[in-house]
Design a protein around this ligand. Structure first.
Ligand SMILES: Cc1cc2nc3c(=O)[nH]c(=O)nc-3n(C[C@H](O)[C@H](O)[C@H](O)COP(=O)(O)OP(=O)(O)OC[C@H]3O[C@@H](n4cnc5c(N)ncnc54)[C@H](O)[C@@H]3O)c2cc1C
Length: 197
C-alpha cells in the first residue's frame, strides 16, 4: 500500500508521520513538497519587524522524514489523475494507492482592486520580507496604515507589532500614524483600545 502526501508542512507532515506510525508494516509513505524546509508559519509575524529571521523558523524536512521511514521528494505537484492514480510532478510521475492533498491555502489577490499591486502577504517568507522592506519605507513617510485581518488573533498580534515598531521601537517614526482596522475586534481586548486611540 503506497500513500502519497502532497504538501509536507503542518497537515502533510503530521499525516505522513501518523500514517507511518499507525499504519501496517507494508505502508509506504511518500511526501512531495516543493519546499525542502518545514516552515513554522505563525512565527512569520515576527519577520517584518526583524524579531526573527526566516532561517530561525525553518528546519530541513528530509532528515526527519528519513528517520521515520518516509520517502521525501522535493518537487512541485502539477496534476493528479484519479483514473490512473498518478501524481504528475516537476520530477516525474508517481503512482499511489491512497492520496492525501495537504497543499494549504491559496491567497486570493484579486479580492479587491489594488491588492495584487500594493498589498503584502506575510504568510510566506518572501511576503514577510517584502513587508519588512515596505515597513522600512513606511518609517520615512507620513502614512496611513491599513490592516486587513484574516482573523482577529492575527491582526491583533500584527497590530501590536506594527504599533511597537513604529511608535516605540528603536527607529521611531516621527509622523502621525492612523490605524484602520477592517473586521470585528473584541472590545474587551486591551490591545484594541490602545491601538484604536
Ligand atoms: C501569519 C500567520 C499566522 C498564523 N498563526 C497561527 C496560529 O497562531 N495558530 C494556528 O493554529 N494557525 C495559525 N496560522 C494558520 C496556519 O499557519 C495554517 O492553518 C497552517 O499552516 C495550515 O497548514 P497546512 O499544512 O494545511 O498548509 P501549509 O502550512 O500552508 O503547508 C502547505 C505545504 O504544501 C506545499 N505545497 C503547496 N502546493 C504544492 C504543490 N503544488 N506541490 C508540492 N508542494 C506544495 C507548500 O510548500 C507547503 O509546505 C497562521 C497563518 C498565518 C499566515
Amino acid at each position: 500500500m503506497k500513500t502519497i502526501v502532497i504538501g509536507g508542512n503542518f497537515a502533510g507532515f503530521t499525516a505522513a508521520l501518523e500514517l507511518k506510525r499507525k499504519g501496517n508494516k507494508d505502508q509506504d509513505v511518500m511526501v512531495i513538497d516543493k519546499s525542502a524546509d518545514f516552515l513554522f508559519i505563525p512565527s512569520l509575524i515576527w519577520v517584518p519587524f526583524k524579531r526573527r529571521e526566516v532561517k530561525d523558523i525553518t528546519i530541513p524536512k528530509a532528515a526527519i522524514f528519513r528517520k521515520k521511514g518516509v520517502e521525501f521528494l522535493e518537487a512541485e505537484a502539477l496534476k493528479v489523475d484519479p483514473a490512473t492514480q498518478l501524481v504528475y510532478t516537476t520530477k516525474g510521475n508517481f503512482k499511489y494507492d491512497q492520496l492525501v492533498v495537504a497543499t494549504g491555502p491559496k491567497v486570493k489577490y484579486d479580492v479587491a482592486p489594488g491588492v495584487a499591486e500594493h498589498a503584502h502577504y506575510i504568510g510566506t517568507p518572501a511576503g514577510a520580507m517584502k513587508t519588512r522592506a515596505a515597513l522600512d519605507e513606511l518609517k520615512k513617510i507620513p502614512a496611513r496604515l491599513l490592516l486587513a485581518p484574516v482573523k482577529v488573533q492575527v491582526v491583533l498580534e500584527l497590530g501590536m507589532n506594527f504599533y511597537s515598531t513604529l511608535k516605540n521601537g528603536a527607529e521611531k517614526m516621527t509622523s502621525e500614524i492612523k490605524w484602520i482596522f477592517i473586521g470585528l475586534l473584541p472590545k474587551h481586548f486591551w490591545v484594541t483600545s490602545e491601538l484604536m486611540e
